[in-house]
Design a protein around this ligand. Structure first.
Ligand code: SAM
Length: 284
């Protein structure tokens, strides 16, 4: 087998894009990668909210706000009344993006600022518990460290913080990229990684591979570096992420929650190759 060393790509773009300018992921990549939310994805949440008569919902990592905003809009069209719609975010750029979207849409959303590890302390303070919380688009994976055990422990702390804000019997919907699949690409040469990290569909990130080329540039047991290339603007960015394996996530969630369903890209199906693994869990 050929010697494979993707280490040079931890901080550098791949050869094809070596003249691309490095930009802020949140500011210049995310809005293009995110694109518009798909109606069926929004209805996945709104049907669940209506069915369970949830009244207080929170997006734990609101990003640019497209998802929460879409949910509020769809519920309004369905004439379903919520008592509160809140969000948490730590990043200033995202707070700006989300707040301006909610303002434009005339939606009343309290945006709390907190690092998950500090919850339930936040600015402004939380005043009540929620019956439905979600954290989507591969977010928990920002938390972790140098070993799989450390990552698991840190992610466990964050999930238990979410649990503190969800009432008994309430639900958490949370996802991560399918790192079990990404790990299977670990020893492949760059060209093969590209070839295998293509999908004939997208979820959440509707600019994926159309407008923004996403490439797992470095894959190890404990760190995955994803590169994002915007070929039309000749810019790139990257995220260093701490992989969440399905076995670990099940253990993490099981401390405070009962897992009711695991989805692959919104489908109730076990899949080896998928973009996202999503977990629906009920608070014990
Ligand atoms: C990949 S983005 C996803 C955003 C959004 N949920 C979506 O699907 O478009 C990850 C989100 O997690 C947030 N985040 C990452 N680490 C965090 C932490 N330690 N505390 C609070 N939020 C964090 C980021 O600021 C960002 O909003």
């Amino acid at each position: 087998m050929a010697f494979v060393n993707t280490l040079p790509y931890i901080s550098n773009p791949i050869e094809e894009f070596s003249d691309f300018k490095f930009v802020s992921w949140e500011k210049s990549i995310y809005p293009i990668l995110r694109g518009e939310s798909k109606k069926s994805e929004i209805e996945f949440y709104t049907n669940f909210i209506v069915k369970n008569k949830f009244k207080n919902i929170i997006d734990f990592g609101v990003g640019g706000g497209a998802e929460l905003s879409g949910v509020i809009k769809d519920l309004k069209q369905k004439k379903y009344k919520l008592e509160s719609t809140e969000a948490n975010e730590v990043d200033e750029e995202f707070i700006k993006q989300a707040s301006s979207l909610f303002k434009n849409e005339k939606q009343n959303v309290i945006v709390h600022k907190a690092n998950w590890l500090d919850l339930p302390k936040a600015k402004p303070n939380f005043a009540h518990l929620f019956d439905f919380g979600f954290l989507t688009g591969n977010s928990l994976t920002y938390i972790g460290g140098g070993t799989r055990e450390y990552t698991k422990k840190a992610q466990q702390i964050a999930v238990s913080k979410f649990a503190e804000l969800i009432e008994e019997g309430g639900y958490l919907f949370i996802d991560s990229r399918n790192y079990d699949y990404i790990k299977s690409l670990m020893n492949l040469p760059k060209e093969k990684v590209f070839e295998n990290f293509t999908f004939d569909y997208t979820v959440y990130y509707h600019g994926f591979q159309k407008k923004i080329t996403v490439f797992p540039a470095y894959v190890s047991d404990t760190v995955v570096v994803l590169h994002y290339y915007d070929k039309s603007n000749k810019v790139w960015s990257k995220l260093d992420l701490y992989p969440i394996y399905q076995k670990d996530m099940i253990e993490i969630l099981s401390k405070d929650f009962v897992i009711e369903q695991i989805y692959h890209d919104f489908e109730k199906k076990e899949k080896k190759k998928s973009l996202f693994v999503q977990y629906l869990a009920r608070k014990k």
